[in-house]
Design a protein around this ligand. Structure first.
Ligand SMILES: [Fe+2]
Length: 252
């Protein structure tokens, strides 16, 4: 990746829940390069559901940090079948068969939470007893913020881009541009959404940038050819339960 301005080179792109959707990841990485961003953090669920786990694992190798999501934990048998619904487990088993030994070793080295460049990171939550909790209700928010020590924590897992702050049960209202600067003295958890399988009507790839110098965070959306991805998934020889789930989440 080039860095035309120098300034953008300090910025991070933060990606989560790629879910083996290579066309979505391709589009985001093109946008990352166009913006001159050189640094990448990945918050887990690179694989699971989607048909391109090997390509997506290769594409995140340059990340400064990569967390383990629940789908990676399932693939390496750190989470068992009871944890997953039928479609997710079908995706876990299908992905396990597709991965090489080296790729399984790659994801076995990842952790569900971490810390990098002054911010905390979690696939789901910093709650040490439930790192795959979903940050979306007062109970999960309290358990998360009780252990968040940095001003900023980036999370994924729910596939919904939004910002939470300690002491409030409602998401923070941020400008339509998606850019905001955290208020000093307050702690924020920023959910970057999902690159590969966003929830809701807007199916563009969702991700974020973070400038460690200014503290500014931007929630971003990137367009890609979802219709082409839907056509491809329909024609691949996938597990039918997993295939239905992917098509539904892509908005087919
Ligand atoms: Fe997840």
């Amino acid at each position: 990746m080039s860095c035309p301005t120098g300034k953008a080179g300090a910025m991070f792109a933060i990606l989560s829940d790629i879910h083996a959707n290579r066309p979505a990841l391709d589009a985001v990485m093109e946008e990352v390069a166009r913006l001159g961003i050189m640094r990448l953090m990945v918050l887990g669920d690179v694989v699971g559901y989607g048909p391109y786990p090997n390509d997506c694992l290769r594409m995140v190798r340059g990340a400064e940090v990569c967390l383990q999501g629940n789908h990676e934990a399932g693939v390496i048998e750190a989470l068992d079948e009871q944890w997953f619904n039928d479609a997710a487990w079908a995706g876990v088993e299908w992905t396990r068969r597709k991965l090489t030994h080296a790729e399984r070793t790659q994801i076995a080295g990842w952790k569900p939470t971490g810390e990098h460049a002054g911010v905390q990171l979690a696939h789901g939550s910093l709650n040490p007893s439930d790192p795959f909790d979903y940050l979306l209700n007062p109970r999960s928010l309290r358990a998360h913020f009780a252990v968040q020590t940095a001003q900023l924590c980036f999370v994924g897992h729910t596939h919904v881009p939004e910002v939470w702050t300690e002491g409030s049960d409602l998401p923070v209202e941020i400008p339509l541009s998606g850019a905001f600067k955290p208020t000093p003295g307050r702690k924020f958890a920023v959910n970057v959404g999902s690159v590969g399988l966003p929830r809701g009507d807007d199916k563009r790839a969702s991700w974020a940038t973070y400038d460690p110098d200014s503290g500014e965070v931007s929630l971003r959306k990137t367009k890609y050819d979802i219709k082409e991805m839907i056509r491809t998934v329909r024609h691949l020889n996938l597990d039918p339960v997993m295939q239905d789930k992917v098509l539904k989440d892509l908005g087919a």
